[in-house]
Structures are given as structure tokens and as C-alpha cells.
Write a protein that binds this ligand. Structure first.
Ligand code: ADP
Ligand code: MG
Length: 402
């Protein structure tokens, strides 16, 4: 049993589905380059739900936002241009409808898939205006939220509609919620969290939340420098938030109180300049960083130690690269640790969930994104979930459970 209705519950709750009108929130906010979709990941994520509803004979109206039009019409941000690429990925026709109505939708053949205009052209969308929610809800018979990546926003299409219509999680939403639950909701212990990236300041809430949920907290990336500094290490010219040493102390204390072991690198890759393959590159113990050097990656001995931690864990949640992975060779620790996690996942000893814009890019760079149990592309929603926050779009689905 899930805590929310899924598409498999539709017949039980709504009976005959043929000709019923589904309002489906998808994330179609795809990156564009030269007028073309440059990454169709989000379009592909919409396919299972749209195909299932169409196969059931429903008339589907897709609701989605595109860019940030701030409540006004903006021809450059019309979703009209996404209908064709979506149809291509879906292998079925998708018709754009600028001004839907219940009558217009009801007149369509069973199985039709229609794309509505950018929801953010309407100021009431982001304000979660109840009047707008009622007028859009009147178009359909039920609501499906398939956009986890927008679930941290309480907008009409992500939250408001769930209060008015029978509400269901789409296939992608369902998969994401199941994976996240397996990683932090009710995970198999021991659980390890890898947290990296540039700064402690952007992830304080993540670190605090994880310290009370996981058994091993592995700190890498630039933020490890601040943790090392709090431990009395001189980090030279490294990126380091010296004003956050007290915050780091509270994270150490919270972890200790919760029996969570904090793992920091003990050897690091340093150089005097931040450039590809710099001549001054060397590895050293964290206590030997010179005043004019920068820590840019974790060194091999520590990476091996961190890999051994993963070998003894059943669950891994990962956000943030271990080093400045865009600049070789400072991708080495991230790539090696990602390969270790991928191998353990393939062997079946580890459930691995990762997310975050740069993290996903780093896993693709390491060639192992497909080997993780689940890779979330949800960005902001993924980070808020890592902070232990309730996401309004998910809460609304949970409340709608029947
Ligand atoms: P995500 O997008 O996955 O949440 P972040 O945005 O928090 O990840 O962090 C990614 C950035 O952190 C990358 O641009 C990377 O270059 C940077 N970074 C990692 N380690 C270091 C380091 N030691 N020094 C400076 N920058 C680093
Ligand atoms: Mg980032």
C-alpha cells in the first residue's frame, strides 16, 4: 500500500475510465538550444503516465509550466513548441490547445492527448489562487501529479487541484517517491550519505537533517574544507567558509548525539592554481597543505577508505561531487567513488539514490548514472526532500489518498 493513490487505483476509485478527462501535471521545462530540445529527459519521464492514461481511454490534458513568464503571456515561452517534440518521444499525437474548456475536451476521441498553454502565463498559478484552481478543475474529472520536480511549490497545478479533484500520483512521481522512501524514509541500515559540492552554506539544512537519519555521513567537495578547518586543519587558499565553523560544530554534535559517524578526507589533492592538470598538483595529508595551496579533490587513499564505508552499507544517498570535477584531474575522487557505488549496486548489496544538478552531471561523466538504483533530476525538490521538508505537492497527494 502506498500513502497516495496511483494510476492502478483509477478503476477502483473512478470506475469506467473511457472518455473521462484527466488533468495531468508534467514537468516539460526542458532546456532548449537553437529552438530545439537539447535534453529530452523530462519528456521521456512523462511517457509512462501519458501512455497509460491514453491506453485506458482517458482524454488527457497536460498542464505544465515553461520558464519564468511571471504571470503574463510571453510568446517565446509558449508550450506550443513542445507539442511536437513530446509527440515524437511519446510516439503518439499531442495537440496543443491554447484555451481548453470542458466541452472542447469532452468532444475529443477517447485516448486523446492535449497540451495546455504554459500554466505560468496565469498569475493565479503561482499564487495558488483557489478561484483559478476551481475554474481549471472544472475541465476535468480527475487530477494526476507526475511532476515531483515541481512538488516543492504550492501552485494550482502542483497542489491546488489535488484539493478539488480526485488526485493520483503518476508513474514518474510514484517511482521517485518510492526511491526516496527507500533511501531515507524507511531505508535498510546501515545508511551512508555522501554530501559534497562547493559550500556548507547551501546545504546546512541537508547536513543537519542527514546527521540524525544516517549512520555514516561522508563529507567531500569544497564543503569538506570547512569541516577540516573546524577540526583545526589549515586549509591554505582552499574554498572555505570560516564564518560557518560554529555551524559545523553543531553538525558534528548532532551527528555524535545520533550515533552517526562523520567521515572527512585525510589526504587531498592540492595545487597552487585552479586549472586543468596544473604543474603544482600534488597529494598530501590534510595537515600538510601549504598556505598558497588549494584543496580541489579527495586523494586516493581517502577515496578507498570511503569506498570501504560504502561496502558495509545497505543504502546510499548522494548529493554533491567530491571535488571540482569539471576540471581534470579533480574529477578522480567523484568518478572512483561513483564507480564503487555503482558496482555495489549491481552486485545487489547497495540501494543507491543520487540527486542534484552537478551530481547528476558528475555521475554521467563517470558513466555510471544508469547503474544507480535511482537518479533524481528534480533539483530543488530533491534538495528540499534531503532537508527533511514536507513537499506541498506530495502532502496534497497523501491527503487525497482514498
Ligand atoms: P549539486 O548541484 O549536485 O547539488 P553543488 O552545486 O552543491 O552540487 O556543488 C557542485 C560544485 O562544487 C561543482 O561546481 C564543483 O566544482 C564544486 N566543488 C566541489 N569540490 C570543490 C572544491 N574542493 N573546491 C571548489 N569547488 C568545489
Ligand atoms: Mg549545483
Amino acid at each position: 500500500m502506498t500513502a497516495f493513490n496511483i494510476l492502478d487505483d483509477l478503476p477502483r476509485i473512478l470506475g469506467e475510465l473511457r472518455g473521462k478527462i484527466a488533468l495531468v501535471r508534467e514537468d516539460l521545462n526542458v532546456p532548449m538550444a537553437d529552438g530545439r530540445v537539447s535534453d529530452d529527459t523530462r519528456l521521456r519521464a512523462a511517457v509512462p503516465t501519458l501512455a497509460a492514461l491514453s491506453d485506458m481511454g482517458c482524454i488527457t490534458l497536460i498542464l505544465a509550466h515553461f520558464g519564468r513568464p511571471k504571470g503574463k503571456f510571453d510568446a517565446a515561452l509558449s508550450l506550443a513548441s513542445i507539442a511536437a517534440p513530446l509527440a515524437e518521444v511519446l510516439g503518439r499525437s499531442v495537440t496543443f490547445m491554447a484555451e481548453p474548456s470542458r466541452d472542447a475536451l469532452a468532444a475529443l476521441p477517447a485516448g486523446s492527448i492535449i497540451l495546455a498553454e504554459n500554466s505560468r502565463f496565469y498569475a493565479g498559478e503561482e499564487a495558488n489562487d483557489p478561484a483559478l484552481a476551481r475554474s481549471w478543475a472544472a475541465w476535468g474529472d480527475f487530477y494526476v501529479n507526475d511532476a515531483f520536480s515541481a512538488a516543492h511549490r504550492a501552485h494550482v497545478t502542483t497542489e491546488g487541484l489535488a484539493h478539488i479533484l480526485p488526485a493520483f500520483a503518476g508513474r514518474s512521481m510514484e517511482a521517485e517517491l518510492r526511491a526516496l522512501d527507500a533511501a531515507l524514509g524507511s531505508p535498510k541500515h546501515p545508511v551512508a550519505a555522501v554530501v559534497g559540492g562547493a559550500k556548507v552554506s547551501s546545504k546546512i539544512d541537508v547536513l543537519v537533517h542527514l546527521s540524525s537519519r544516517v549512520d555514516h555521513l561522508i563529507i567531500g567537495g569544497g564543503m569538506a574544507n570547512t569541516f577540516l578547518a573546524a577540526r583545526g586543519v589549515n586549509v591554505g587558499k582552499s574554498l572555505c567558509e570560516h564564518d560557518l565553523l560554529a555551524t559545523v560544530e553543531t553538525i558534528f554534535a548532532a551527528a555524535e548525539a545520533a550515533n552517526c559517524t562523520v567521515h572527512l578526507p585525510y589526504d587531498v589533492m592540492v595545487s597552487r592554481e585552479f586549472a586543468p592538470n596544473p604543474p603544482s598538483l600534488r597529494s598530501c595529508n590534510v595537515h600538510e597543505v601549504a598556505a598558497d595551496e588549494m584543496i580541489l579533490d579527495v586523494a586516493p587513499a581517502s577515496v578507498e577508505m570511503l569506498g570501504d564505508v560504502l561496502k558495509n552499507c545497505a543504502t546510499l544517498v548522494w548529493n554533491g561531487p567530491m571535488g571540482a570535477f569539471e576540471t581534470p584531474p579533480f574529477d578522480a575522487a567523484t568518478v572512483t567513488l561513483a564507480k564503487t557505488a555503482a558496482a555495489l549496486t549491481r552486485e545487489g548489496s547497495l540501494v543507491s539514490v543520487a540527486g542534484g544538478g552537478d551530481t547528476v552531471a558528475a555521475l554521467h561523466h563517470a558513466g555510471v548514472a544508469g547503474d544507480f538504483s535511482f537518479v533524481s533530476t528534480a533539483g530543488g525538490a530533491f534538495l528540499e526532500w534531503m532537508e527533511g521538508r514536507e513537499l506541498p505537492g506530495v502532502v496534497a497527494l497523501t491527503r487525497a489518498k482514498v
